[in-house]
Structures are given as structure tokens and as C-alpha cells.
Write a protein that binds this ligand. Structure first.
Ligand code: GLN
Length: 529
């Protein structure tokens, strides 16, 4: 396993940062998203963070919501040193209850749960947090409530069910709100967060991808130094391409991109990657044609998990082999490994999952072996997907690539159900190509989150040119989603599906029938295997 460099605190040393302490709410990451939408940088850490161990000073602190009750034994509590930072603090739901618990313990079970919309009445119009927020809908989600005002606080806003919908100790710039400003159902939630960050914490709104590129390139140069070299895998997807381009901007040919053709990529993929990355973007690229190795290992395998494992392990073998042969300018070993880790993966590993949890550091190395001894470099680890896309646009990565649908690591191997043979891969690949081509022609590609064709090894009777046929089935899948956790199938016009079905049966040998998958996730998954 490659060792992870501690990169925590790199960005906050450049951009003023709001610290979000996570008490385990399902919405915590949305607080960060919303702040970044108006160009304020924010980072999340678990609520158990010891403040004296923080390597940077936040410009403000937000305490998130959480599923616990502050008065219960074993519920999580924040390090009281947050009050010594001398910066504004905002508690959201559990976060407000925590502030109240610390200042007088007036929190208990409410008579009834309050879940859903409520109208906010701002009682104190002069409160800076509520500029332009009055009388708007807010979103509640709590069962506990404040029984009294904590010491030093006043009531700033109420709702029908919450006499303490918002409280403040303005002399100390500490605020608490019972509702969730981070969800879109709170109509003016973004205004409120902006009031907190920009007006109260006085953070400058300079978190832009243009500024990020500049500071990130400097950081990479400093980290890598004058002579060390870096390798990284590219897949033809947006994340790895953006990461590779950023590395190239920073250290030029001392970055080596490796593209492994595993024999189960999409149609024309290798040619396109070569053209776009090497010729177009000037990335120092090595292309490895390893299709035969992968396909021979997949022979006879039908179990989806086994397929995934074989492809993952073979990828590592091939990648390590190629990496070991790369010549560096001064003959020394490659020192760094580039990873396209994004912020949602980081959040996943640092979010608070319960009082007994031990916080693990994040790894996404995909199992490269110990003896590679590479240090990790993760230039996208602070970014959300849409920020990566924006970054890609600024780095002149072609629009087609920037907006590409996600494609699974095991590729078409998990879209050919049953045994993966070169013939089966070809059928699935051709059908997929037609489907995507038609989607693009119809101008639907950006509305759809992911689309592909899967080959079902089921024979079905057909008739073509008066001849009886007996061939397999293609299942088309197209979904809409914001986060891939849940997804719904995309509603095409009948005319569109007719055209795609007719083209596939006519143009792809070995297909007698086309179906459209109308299952949502859950209960189905996006991929078939
Ligand atoms: N568990 C607390 C309650 O029920 C806090 C809920 C929350 O933060 N959303 O009131």
C-alpha cells in the first residue's frame, strides 16, 4: 500500500476557511456545498476533532446536525476550545442543542417530532444572520428541543412549533438555528449561510477554480520538488484526465500517465484517449494494450464479483509492470503516485459515524503493492464533481470529456452478463455506441446521468428477411440522479426508443431483441452486475 501524505490543512492555509464539525447528520456535506456555491471555502472534520491539534485557524465554525440527543449518555460533544478560537460559531439543529447544552443544559425531548416545512418569523430584524431571510419557509427535522434560553442568549426567530427557532449571543457572535439552512427546502438557506460566512465571519469569496489552479500548481511543485517524478493511471474519464492535466501543468514531462487498455473499454476508447490526452492536452502518456491478458483471465468466469476482482488485480499487475519500466530523467525511482480522489470520498472517510468510531485516514490506493513505496498525491481531494468539471473546462479539456458519464472500472465486462468473450464484448460495445450516439444526436446526453447497453446472454427468437433468427437480448439503461445513491430511469419518447432498437437489431450482429430497463435504484442498481 502506498503511504498517504498528510495533506490536511494545505488549502486552509491559503483560503480563509469555515470549519464544519460533523455530528453525523446526513446533510453535513451539503453545508460545505452551499458555502462553496458562493465561493467560500469550507472543510469538514468529525465533531471529535481536538481543536489544539488543528493545523490551521478557521474563520468560523459550524456545528452540524446529528442523529443523537445531547442529553443522552455517550452522545458526542464538541471540544470546548472552539470558544477560545475567538471566531463566530453557528450551531445547526443538534449543533444548536449542543450550544444550549453547554450553556445551561436546557435541552429535552419535545412533545412531538417536527419534520418538514415551517415558516420562520424573525423577531429581531437587526440580527446579521437573518438579513433577507424573514418569513420564508425553513426545513425542520428534530425531536428534541430547547426548553429554555441558554445563558447569554436571546431569541432571534420563532416558528409555530419552535419558540427557539433561532437564538444568538451577539456579543460573542454565537448563533443557533433549529432548522437546516443547507437543504434546498429552506428557501433562503443559502442567504443565511452567506450572512454567516461573509457578513459575520468576514470571509472573502475567493474560492474559484481559477484561484485553485494557481495555488494547487504551486503546491504540487513544492511537494514534488525539482527532480522527482510522478506516475498515475488515466482512464479516459473526467477525474483522471483533469488530475493528469493539472500535474502536466505543474511538472510537465516528469508526470507519466499510464492508460491500460483492458480489452473491455468502450468503442474507439484507446484511440480517443491517445488523441485527446497525448496530442490534444500534451500529457506524457504511455498506452498499454493488455486486452489479451485481461480477456484470457476472464475466460470461463461468470460470477460478477470474480470478474471485478480479476480485472482489479490484473490492472494492478499490469500497471506496476509498466511503472517499473518507466525511465526517469536522472535514473532514480518514481517517487509519487497520482490519485484522482474526490472530496465525497474524503468526506465518507472523515464523517462522524458514531461515538465509538475510530477515525481512519483515507485510502483510495486500489491495492498497489507495498514494494512500490509511492507517496500519494491527490490534487482533487478537496473538490466536488461539479468543481472538477469546471476545472476541466478552465484547463481546456474538451467538453465531450468534461461532461462524460461515469464508466465503471471493470468496464464492459460487467455489462456483458455471464461469460466475457471477445465476441460478446463486441456486441455490447457496438450496441452501446449506437445508443450513446443517438442520445447525443437527440441532445439528451447532459440530461442523463449515465446510459449504456448491457448484453443479456438469453437467446430469443426473431425473424429477419423471412429467416428465423435465434439471438441474444440487449438491455438499454439510462438514469437520472444527482448523487448516484438513488436513481430513476430516464423517460425517453417512444420514437427515440424505436429508432435505437431498430438500429441495434439491424446494425449489430447477434442481437434479436432490445429492451429498456425501467427499474429505479433502489431496488435495482445502476449497473447490471
Ligand atoms: N437528534 C436531534 C433531534 O432530534 C437533532 C436532530 C438534527 O440535528 N437533525 O432533535
Amino acid at each position: 500500500m502506498a503511504s498517504s501524505l498528510s495533506e490536511v490543512g494545505q488549502v486552509p492555509s491559503v483560503f480563509q476557511t469555515i470549519l464544519v464539525l460533523d455530528f453525523g447528520s446526513q446533510y453535513s456535506h451539503l453545508i460545505i456545498r452551499r458555502l462553496r456555491e458562493f465561493n467560500v471555502y469550507a472543510e469538514m472534520l468529525p465533531c471529535t476533532q481536538v481543536i489544539s491539534e488543528l493545523s490551521w485557524k478557521p474563520a468560523g465554525v459550524i456545528l452540524s446536525g446529528g442523529p443523537y440527543s445531547v442529553y443522552q449518555d455517550g452522545s458526542p460533544h464538541v471540544d470546548h476550545d472552539i470558544f477560545k478560537l475567538g471566531v463566530p460559531i453557528l450551531g445547526i439543529c443538534y449543533g444548536m442543542q449542543e450550544l444550549a447544552w453547554i450553556n445551561g443544559k436546557g435541552v429535552g425531548r419535545g412533545d412531538k417530532r417536527e419534520y418538514g416545512p415551517a415558516t420562520l418569523n424573525v423577531e429581531d430584524q437587526s440580527c446579521a444572520l437573518f438579513k433577507d431571510v424573514d418569513h420564508s419557509q425553513v426545513w425542520m427535522s428534530h425531536g428534541d428541543k430547547l426548553q429554555s434560553l441558554p445563558v447569554g442568549f436571546k431569541t432571534v426567530a420563532t416558528s409555530d412549533n419552535s419558540p427557539f427557532a433561532a437564538i444568538a449571543d451577539e456579543s460573542k457572535q454565537i448563533y443557533g438555528i433549529q432548522f437546516h439552512p443547507e437543504v434546498t427546502h429552506t428557501i433562503k438557506g443559502k442567504n443565511l449561510l452567506k450572512n454567516f460566512a461573509v457578513n459575520i465571519c468576514k470571509v472573502s469569496q475567493n474560492w474559484t477554480m481559477e484561484n485553485f489552479i494557481e495555488t494547487e500548481i504551486k503546491r504540487i511543485r513544492k511537494l514534488v520538488g525539482e527532480t522527482a517524478e510522478v506516475i498515475g493511471a488515466v482512464s479516459g474519464g473526467v477525474d483522471s484526465t483533469v488530475a493528469a492535466k493539472l500535474m502536466t501543468e505543474a511538472i510537465g514531462d516528469r508526470f507519466h500517465a499510464i492508460y491500460v487498455d483492458n480489452g473491455v473499454m468502450r468503442k474507439n476508447e484507446t484511440v480517443t484517449v491517445k488523441k485527446t490526452l497525448d496530442e490534444g492536452l500534451g500529457i506524457n502518456l504511455t498506452v498499454v494494450d493488455a486486452g489479451d491478458i485481461f480477456l484470457s483471465k476472464l475466460k470461463g468466469i461468470t460470477d460478477p464479483e470474480k470478474k471485478r476482482k480479476i480485472i482489479g488485480n490484473t490492472f494492478i499487475d499490469v500497471f506496476e509492470d509498466v511503472a517499473s519500466k518507466i525511465k526517469t530523467k536522472d535514473g532514480s525511482d518514481i517517487e509519487f503516485l497520482l490519485q484522482g480522489t474526490l472530496y465525497p470520498d474524503v468526506i465518507e472517510s472523515i464523517s462522524f459515524k458514531g461515538p465509538s468510531q475510530t477515525i481512519k485516514t483515507h485510502h483510495n490506493v486500489g491495492g498497489l503493492s507495498e514494494n512500490m513505496k509511492l507517496k500519494l498525491i491527490e490534487p482533487l481531494r478537496e473538490l466536488f464533481k461539479d468543481e472538477v468539471r469546471h476545472l476541466g473546462e478552465i484547463l481546456n479539456i474538451p467538453e465531450d470529456l468534461v461532461w462524460r458519464h461515469p464508466f465503471p472500472g471493470p468496464g464492459i465486462a460487467i455489462r456483458v452478463l455471464g461469460e466475457v468473450t471477445p465476441e460478446q464484448v463486441k456486441i455490447a460495445r457496438e450496441a452501446d455506441y449506437i445508443f450513446i450516439e443517438e442520445i447525443k444526436k437527440a441532445g439528451l446526453y447532459r440530461q442523463i446521468s449515465q446510459a449504456f447497453a448491457a448484453l443479456l446472454p438469453v437467446k430469443s427468437v426473431g425473424v429477419m428477411g423471412d429467416q428465423r433468427t435465434y439471438e441474444q437480448v440487449i438491455a438499454l439503461r439510462a438514469i437520472e440522479t444527482t448523487d448516484f445513491m438513488t436513481a430513476d430511469w430516464f423517460v425517453f419518447e417512444a420514437k427515440f426508443l424505436k429508432k435505437v432498437a431498430s438500429r441495434i437489431v439491424n446494425e449489430v450482429d447477434g442481437v434479436a431483441r432490445v429492451t429498456y430497463d425501467i427499474t429505479s435504484k433502489p431496488p435495482a442498481t445502476v449497473e447490471w452486475e
